[in-house]
Write a protein that binds this ligand. Structure first.
Ligand code: GLP
Length: 253
């Protein structure tokens, strides 16, 4: 795994966005796996700027999002549909038929997970996956568990995730208890993974994920087995524990 030191959120976003931009410029019909949360916001802003400067186009790009809350309609501000449109899709020339996000309103979990699996299968592989991490080590919404899920999952969210994500809702009671998520195995099957993390709250889990045991108790630890295709961009705060214990592993320190 290449673990790049970034001085702050802005530098992290710019460096990671450069990789995404290179991917799209060199392969205009790329399949991008996209993520939500606060971490990728700067990347989306940077990509929009590059698009506005005429440096790139998303016309032929296909996107598949990692996850979506169950029970939220696409026009609910906290839904990941809304997030993606408001923070990225509405500002670039992506073709709306090429945007894919799990349907949180489908109450038939078996049908929805099968639909998303079939879609991923049909697309034939993600070229580049953008990936953040939850403070409990989750990727997408693959929460700590006894096994690494394969295939799209319908998952009950952990209390720590509900609490952490409640900052986007009026109250913690409004946070959905369930979500759909791409499985861990599909995430690591991507040809390239851009991992991003910012802030002190991620420092301990990043050390565990990258330097601890590979265990489904820390879903992000699975990245270690595909380390050759992971480029991780983390800011100083997120890297603070790694810098203390494994400074030799950090590029650009
Ligand atoms: C949510 C998303 C994850 C994301 C995580 C971290 O739980 N499902 O994909 O990585 O939040 O979010 P943030 O970037 O806001 O810390």
């Amino acid at each position: 795994m290449k673990l790049f030191y970034c001085s702050d959120f802005d530098q992290m976003s710019k460096k990671a966005a450069s990789v995404v931009a290179s991917q799209v410029i060199t392969k205009p019909d790329s399949i991008l796996g996209l993520a939500t949360g606060s971490s990728p916001l700067g990347i989306y802003r940077e990509l929009i700027e590059r698009y506005n400067r005429g440096e790139m186009s998303f016309k032929n790009v296909t996107t598949v999002n990692l996850d979506e809350y169950c029970g939220l309609s696409p026009d609910t501000p906290q839904s990941y549909h809304y997030f993606m449109h408001r923070n990225f899709f509405d500002y670039v020339d992506i073709c709306h038929d090429n945007i894919h996000i799990p349907n949180g309103l489908n109450e038939d979990a078996r049908a929805e997970t099968a639909r998303y699996d079939a879609l991923l299968n049909k697309l034939g592989g993600i070229d580049l996956q953008l990936l953040g991490i939850g403070i409990d080590g989750h990727i997408g919404f693959n929460e700590p568990s006894d096994y690494f899920p394969k295939g799209t999952i319908h998952i009950e969210l952990d209390e720590s995730t509900i609490e952490m994500n409640s900052r986007f809702f009026q109250s913690i009671d409004e946070v959905p208890r369930y979500a759909y998520s791409m499985g861990c195995r599909e995430i690591i099957d991507a040809k390239q993974i851009i991992f991003i993390a910012s802030g002190k709250s991620k420092a301990e889990i990043i050390e565990k994920a990258f330097f601890g045991d590979i265990t489904p108790k820390v879903p992000a630890s699975l990245l270690q087995i595909v380390s050759d295709k992971v480029l991780a961009f983390c800011d100083r705060d997120a890297l603070s524990v790694v810098i203390e214990n494994h400074p030799e592993a950090v590029i650009g320190l």
